[in-house]
Design a binder for this molecule. Structure first.
Ligand SMILES: *Cc1c(COP(=O)(O)O)cnc(C)c1O
Length: 240
């Protein structure tokens, strides 16, 4: 399948999932996860009008980021930070990689501990920016998963509220590794319920709306459960 065909197929499924759940397509953003592909495919994704790009490791993203933001990309929007793309860091972030990522990636989806918040805030302050972050929660409780345990969310958010250079924008979760389709539903529903609890607790200055959940195998379920950001690799960008 070509990229255009994959995009069309995703849009068709999205439209159906929106219809089933009474949601608006406009309330859902697609992040094209480019981690499996190279520079050319990434530029192709941008030419097709997708602007949100997701990567999970800086080492794998660097060539693509440089090509899209630097002279390798001829779009007249190339002067904006990140070129015409908006970059999302979706993988677990080591504190010593923060300096590579902050200032290049607009959104961080994997904020899950205080030491990371401190490192992000320090770097953001140096750069004079505020970093929108999703708090990653390990809803499934799977041991291998990154993210805060559900019961740690509100205490963590209470501490985050003191960081002026971090703006919490929502919650992120990953379904268990081998889960597909319906098996992911309880995890996605759990994340939506946690967003409700967090907002009712009012520990953050402003309520958050974002729910970053749903990948190639379960994005329709995520839409039905309220996802606002889908992270799509295989099904949208493909694998090379
Ligand atoms: C790779 C990855 C995705 C996309 O995975 P697909 O199943 O190929 O859509 C989404 N989120 C994270 C955190 C990832 O690492």
């Amino acid at each position: 399948m070509t990229l255009a065909e994959r995009m069309e197929a995703v849009e068709r499924k999205l439209a159906e999932a929106c219809a089933r759940s009474g949601r608006n397509r406009a309330d859902i953003e697609l992040i094209a996860v480019t981690k499996y592909v190279g520079v050319q495919e990434t530029q192709q994704v941008l030419r097709h009008g997708l602007v949100h790009m997701g990567e999970n490791r800086w080492q794998h993203a660097a060539d693509k980021w440089n090509a899209v933001t630097g002279s390798g990309w001829d779009n007249d929007l190339a002067n904006s930070p990140g070129g015409q793309a908006v970059w999302h860091f979706i993988g677990s972030l080591q504190t010593n990689k923060v300096k590579d990522v902050i200032g290049k990636f607009t959104y961080i989806h994997s904020l899950d501990r205080l030491s990371l918040a401190q490192a992000i805030a320090r770097r953001a302050e140096q750069l004079g920016i505020v970093v929108p972050c999703f708090i990653q929660v390990n809803v499934s409780g799977e041991e291998s998963k990154h993210g805060l345990p559900a019961e740690g969310l509100i205490p963590f958010a209470r501490e985050l509220a003191a960081f002026r250079h971090i703006r919490p924008v929502g919650l992120m979760t990953m379904a268990p590794l081998d889960a597909e389709g319906e098996q992911s539903r309880p995890v996605f529903r759990g994340l939506r319920e946690l967003r409700g609890e967090l907002n009712r607790s009012a520990v953050l200055e402003e309520p958050v709306n974002g729910l970053s959940m749903g990948m190639s195998g379960d994005f329709e379920i995520a839409v039905e459960e309220g996802a606002t950001w889908l992270r799509l690799g295989t099904v949208l960008v493909g694998k090379s």
